[in-house]
Design a protein around this ligand. Structure first.
Ligand SMILES: CSCC[C@H](N)C(=O)N[C@@H](C)C(=O)N[C@@H](C)C(=O)O
Length: 349
């Protein structure tokens, strides 16, 4: 079944005749059009139209099998209005601005607008074979770049130098960084999202590098914490505890497992090491057209793993004023269990 067919089934289940897609990643997922922020898609049970403007006439024809209507608002909304009269039309409540919703109300007075959340996102959680290959390629590039840059992580180097070396190599390979690079050394490691600063790395530091490539629109995400010289006994203990939690959670990945249970598994191991409070975020998330997407591996999540999902497993422990450790792998859920897509070594020394 194509994603469009899956979406139509989901629309029927939600009691919708049509859906107006405005979230850029969802626009791309449904239409193939790569400039999703300058596009919208209207899907009905019998039709699907990509709305974009004249800057993208050629690109839309090349990338999308959908009929394109080339115009800017309000002409787009006026074009759609007659076919929608009397229908229940979903809009993406987790993306559309209040002003954009007012526009829909003004131009579609005969439409019943229904806010929906996660309709396309839940379909995106299970990747197509092409999407799996795209994420695989992005991760392979990230692993290669990490191996090239690893020797540069040494006493005397600045975090920003490490980050810019990674960015440069990703760019040269036709990709770009998936997010602001996290290079957090020594006490800065206590910040889970410590983006690279001008701090000079010291002998004995642990350095957390959280990096991803964005290639052909798809992302990768991986974290390694490496030692410069010999770390203190306490941070070495923390590292071993996080690695134990990470590897146990990866081994537990298989279809049918509740993501909340995976989070609990890792959290219980860290709690056993006295680090439960130090694990300040969820165990992981899906990765694809966005760095953070469904499923969520949060303790409160109702998500259940399915083959074709790509997730991160990334426990961490953060000790303010001291430092931190995070170890993150990118994992494909397979029919029989899992495949770890990130291959960079995890030995501390
Ligand atoms: C700003 S993108 C950062 C990507 C990074 N690899 C990452 O996912 N960090 C996690 C600690 C994170 O942000 N997790 C989220 C899902 C959370 O726990 O809320």
């Amino acid at each position: 079944m194509t994603r469009l067919q899956e979406l139509r089934h989901a629309m029927a289940r939600a009691g919708l005749d049509a859906v107006w897609i405005s979230d850029p990643a969802n626009v791309r997922a449904v239409s193939g059009f790569s400039s999703g922020k300058d596009g919208k898609v209207l899907v009905t049970q019998g039709d699907a139209t990509l709305y974009t403007d004249a800057r993208y006439t050629v690109q839309a024809a090349e990338e999308s099998p959908l009929t394109a209507f080339i115009a800017r608002p309000p002409a787009t909304l006026e074009h759609a209005a007659p076919a929608l009269a009397g229908l229940r039309v979903g809009f993406e409540a987790d993306h559309l601005t209040v002003a954009a919703l007012e526009d829909l109300r003004d131009h579609w007075p005969q439409v019943t607008l229904v806010g929906v959340q996660g309709l396309v996102q839940s379909l995106r959680a299970v990747k197509t074979p092409g999407e799996i290959q795209a994420v695989r390629d992005a991760q392979a590039l990230a692993d290669r770049v990490f191996a090239e840059v690893r020797p540069l992580i040494e006493a005397g180097a600045r975090e920003l130098e490490i980050a810019s070396e990674i960015e440069l190599r990703l760019r040269r390979a036709g990709a770009q960084s998936a997010f602001d690079l996290i290079v957090a050394s020594g006490p800065r490691g206590a910040m889970p999202h410590g983006v690279a600063s001008d701090r000079v790395i010291q002998d004995g530091d642990l350095v957390t590098v959280d990096m991803g490539a964005q290639l052909r629109g798809y992302h990768s995400d991986m974290t390694r914490t490496v030692a410069v010289g010999t770390p203190g006994a306490e941070m070495a203990r923390v590292y071993r505890a996080v690695l134990e939690a990470e590897e146990a959670a990866v081994r537990a990945v298989k279809p049918g497992v509740r993501t909340a249970d995976l989070d609990r598994l890792a959290r219980d191991i860290l709690t056993g090491h006295g680090l439960g409070e130090a694990f300040a975020h969820s165990l992981g998330h899906g990765v694809g057209l966005e760095v953070h997407e469904a499923p969520s591996l949060r303790g409160t999540s109702d998500d259940v793993l399915q083959p074709g999902m790509i997730i991160t497993i990334e426990p961490g422990a953060y000790l303010p004023g001291v430092g931190g450790v995070r170890i993150e792998d990118l994992v494909l859920v397979t029919e029989g269990g899992y495949e770890v897509l990130s291959v960079s070594p995890k030995e501390l020394l």
